[in-house]
Design a binder for this molecule. Structure first.
Ligand code: PHB
Length: 387
């Protein structure tokens, strides 16, 4: 037998042993370095927890997640990573996308290659309109900001200044809050847009103080800037000046402890708190902490965990047939660790409960986002709304 024949015989024998089985690859584009590297850690740990609970195989095929580093807001990098993953790595699904501009940058590629892309975070409403191949089990700023506006008005807050980061999700937060607040009878007295690279928030706090509204409503991409913003709110004593804090992800658990007791009482409107009490949340957090004792469950982890679920359900229904996978996901319902959810067949976006929360202490004295009011089954109000 020649060497070549021997190698071929081995290859055939190897294939016979795994008849029909293949590796189905999912390419995850997210920050794994730089100031937003925490998102890569949250995503990969949560996907790992999902696979530990549900197995790594579907119908005998191994599901493999491959991670690529997008850094921060970097659409060119996201586009070339998507190309590399689809063409060179042969991934059948894409996932991840922390930042809106990075998600928007791959719309054309996923359309051309018919690759479903499951958004683990990026939260500007328009994204899902840019390609039929986007599915979003995360949230949008419209979805959480409009309910906050209505709730705030019910509390007697009538004048608000909005302060948002000046790009897609910030503008959606500002627009969504204002539309719902004014529909309820309130007034937005000023709309501040802050550059993405802002590190010193004191001048913005001074401007809010001077305007003396009942509250400031904020959106910043969760991470170092949300921490700095809340710190500046405390240090400039806006609360002492009678200006309430209203936010979305600004009291994220990964930075909550560093804010300390000054964070107590801050109110936010969001789709998940790890303090949510349910068997599904207990299972998720239990597995996550077992695998990674240093993990801090937060919105990014539950979004990736549910994203893995969506990918598994698409593969179960349609294997690697992209268009069939997208059809299969429309109307999907399940109980997430965050509560009951479904994928709206019209928008391919998650319909979910929105919770009004307050930073409080649990029985052990840890700071948590305590949910105290639930607005049920909210769709992406940026695409489906009555304002
Ligand atoms: C986004 O760019 O869409 C984005 C990033 C971080 C967030 C929310 C939205 O916390």
């Amino acid at each position: 037998m020649t060497r070549l024949m021997a190698v071929s015989a081995l290859a055939v024998a190897g294939m016979a042993g795994t008849a029909g089985a293949e590796v189905i690859k999912v390419g995850v584009i997210c920050p794994t370095s730089g100031p937003y590297a925490i998102y890569g850690k949250q995503f990969s740990e949560a996907v790992e927890a999902y696979q530990a609970i549900h197995g790594t195989e579907i119908d005998g095929n191994e599901i493999e997640f491959i991670y690529r580093d997008s850094g921060g807001v970097n659409p060119d990098q996201a586009r070339s990573l998507a190309q590399e993953l689809i063409i060179r790595e042969g991934v059948e699904y894409l996932a991840g996308f922390t930042f809106t501009p990075n998600a928007l940058a791959v719309a054309q590629i996923i359309d051309q290659s018919e690759t479903p892309a499951v958004i683990f975070n990026a939260a500007t409403s328009i994204i899902t309109q840019e390609s039929e191949f986007f599915v979003r089990p995360s949230f949008t700023l419209w979805q959480v900001s409009a309910p906050m506006a209505e709730w705030a008005h019910e509390q007697g807050i009538t004048e608000v200044v909005t302060a948002v980061t000046d790009y897609g999700p910030g503008i959606d937060a500002e627009t969504g809050f204002k539309a719902a607040f004014e529909a309820a009878g309130g007034t937005v007295v000023d709309s501040i847009r802050m550059p993405l690279d802002t590190t010193d928030f004191a001048p913005f706090m001074q401007r809010v103080r001077d305007e003396a509204p009942d509250a400031v409503f904020a959106f910043l991409p969760a991470g170092p800037s949300t921490f700095a913003f809340v710190k500046a709110y405390n240090e400039n004593d806006l609360r002492g000046a009678g200006i309430e804090f209203l936010g979305t992800g600004e009291t994220d658990e990964t930075t909550l402890d560093s804010l300390g007791d000054a964070a107590l009482g801050l109110r936010t409107s969001y789709h998940y708190s790890p303090a949510h009490e349910s068997p599904e949340n207990e299972e998720f957090i239990g597995k996550l902490m077992e695998l990674h004792p240093d993990a801090v469950p937060n919105f990014a982890s539950v979004q990736a965990y549910d994203g893995a679920h969506v990918i598994y359900e698409m593969i179960r229904a349609a294997g690697t047939d992209g268009p069939a996978a997208i059809e299969a996901v429309k109307g999907l319902e399940w109980t997430s660790p965050r509560g009951p959810v479904s994928i709206d067949p019209e928008t391919r976006h998650i319909t979910q409960n929105v919770y009004i929360r307050e930073v409080a202490k649990d029985d052990e004295g840890n700071l948590i986002n305590r949910e105290f009011e639930t607005i049920e089954a909210v769709p992406d109000l940026g695409l489906v709304n009555d304002y």
